[in-house]
Design a protein around this ligand. Structure first.
Ligand SMILES: [Zn+2]
Length: 400
């Protein structure tokens, strides 16, 4: 027989649970925490005192301390120390590089962004990240404690077409990014963890966005191709070695267009940015690509341009086709359309739904919600920060 957890283990678990709760839900009174965490009042008081002493939470009297007619003292409000504990979120995507300093509680305190030139190497991208971090770290208030960094890398397997030049998101980028952070003057002992952009956007939306409270979620991340972040049973499904599967290469149209992966009729050949631009008059050497190009087609369609409308309808139909397949496989409660797919979905929701209704199993469609990211473009950054906070939240007082 195994012995149960020790008092010390229970205390550490409870510290993590309390910190995670306010990190995720924001300021909350001791009374609410007592109810939500199922612990008694004196335990909540003791845990809060420890986290306060460690500089991770702050306690204050509630603003509306109803003096009139309320008996007893108002319950103190516990908040995460967003001002004092931070992580750096680093995102290297197809067409841009973003870095943010994110406080505990998911608050973006400072940020930098640069467009990414086509063909820019991974090394150059990492150098840009380093200079942004150095700038922000120098500008951060002296008392801010840095606990680690999370990196999001978009577009695995895109190196073949020269559009990215970065390898697998998990693993490949860890060492270069760690070196970049050291060069930027950050302490080397703090953890640096990376993941796929789609996966981290899913994590962010699940933690504090559109999918909060839903444990079966697919986040579709559209850039030059399509990838998916999957949450199943409340857990991320990152794939072997942290490398996610590529839903963009699900074959939906046998005999269709050749795909740069070597196959034919992959989902992203029918739904990707290029498919829309091809039909919508924006493609072929026009120069503008990415989100701006997708928006241009969506705008033309809104102004009545026939070819843009036809292209959107067609892409919406294929989008629904792939989503229908994913829904039949994973039975999610929510599918979120992110990045370029956000604009496409908003402009073509009717054909998406119509195709989804024709191929999705009725049993899976009843509870399915189609959404766009509540965190908008920040989902990837916030998700990278969540990755960085994980270790602290698991064991808040583990002093390395
Ligand atoms: Zn393919």
């Amino acid at each position: 027989m195994r012995a149960g957890p020790s008092q010390e283990e229970i205390r550490r678990q409870n510290l993590g649970a309390l910190l995670r709760f306010v990190h995720r839900h924001g300021a909350m009174s001791r009374a609410e925490l007592t109810a939500k965490l199922g612990l008694n009042r004196s335990t909540i008081g003791a845990l809060t005192a420890e986290l306060t002493a460690a500089g991770l939470v702050a306690e204050a009297a509630p603003r509306e301390a109803g003096r009139a007619g309320r008996a007893g003292r108002p319950s103190l409000v516990v908040s995460p120390r967003s001002d004092a504990v931070c992580a750096y979120a680093l995102a290297i995507e197809v067409d841009r590089i973003r870095v943010a300093r994110v406080g505990l509680g998911g608050v973006v305190a400072d940020r930098r962004e640069a467009a990414r030139e086509p063909g820019q190497s991974g090394e150059e991208a990492v150098k840009q990240v380093s200079s942004f971090v150095a700038e922000m770290h120098a500008a951060a208030p002296a008392q801010v404690r840095y606990i680690g960094s999370g990196g999001a890398v978009g577009g695995r397997a895109r190196a073949a077409d020269g559009s990215i030049g970065l390898g697998p998101p998990a693993g490949w980028a860890d060492e270069p990014l760690r070196a970049a952070l050291l060069a930027a003057g950050l302490p080397g002992e703090a953890p640096v963890t990376t993941g796929a952009a789609a996966d981290l956007a899913a994590l962010a939306e699940h933690t504090r966005g559109a999918a909060a409270g839903y444990d079966n979620v697919i986040y579709l991340y559209g850039d030059a191709g399509i990838s998916a972040g999957i949450i199943a049973g409340g857990r991320r499904v990152p794939g072997y070695l942290g490398i996610p599967g590529e839903v963009g290469h699900m074959v939906v149209h046998p005999g269709g267009r050749p795909c740069r992966c070597g196959s034919q009729g992959c989902w992203e050949t029918e739904v990707g940015e290029q498919a829309l631009l091809r039909g919508g008059g924006g493609g072929g050497g026009g120069g503008v690509t990415g989100q701006a190009a997708v928006r241009a087609v969506v705008d033309s369609a809104a102004q009545g341009d026939t070819s843009a409308r036809t292209a959107l309808r067609r892409v919406g139909d294929w989008l629904g086709f792939g989503v229908g397949n994913l829904v039949n496989i994973f039975n999610p409660e929510m599918v979120i359309f992110g990045e370029t797919l956000r604009d496409i979905y908003l402009a073509a929701a009717a054909p998406v739904r119509s195709r989804l209704n024709s191929i999705g199993l009725a049993a899976s469609r009843g509870h399915l919600r189609l959404r766009t990211p509540a965190l908008g473009d920040d989902a990837v950054l916030i998700g990278a920060a969540e990755l960085a906070f994980e270790e602290l939240l698991a064991d808040p007082l583990d002093q390395r």
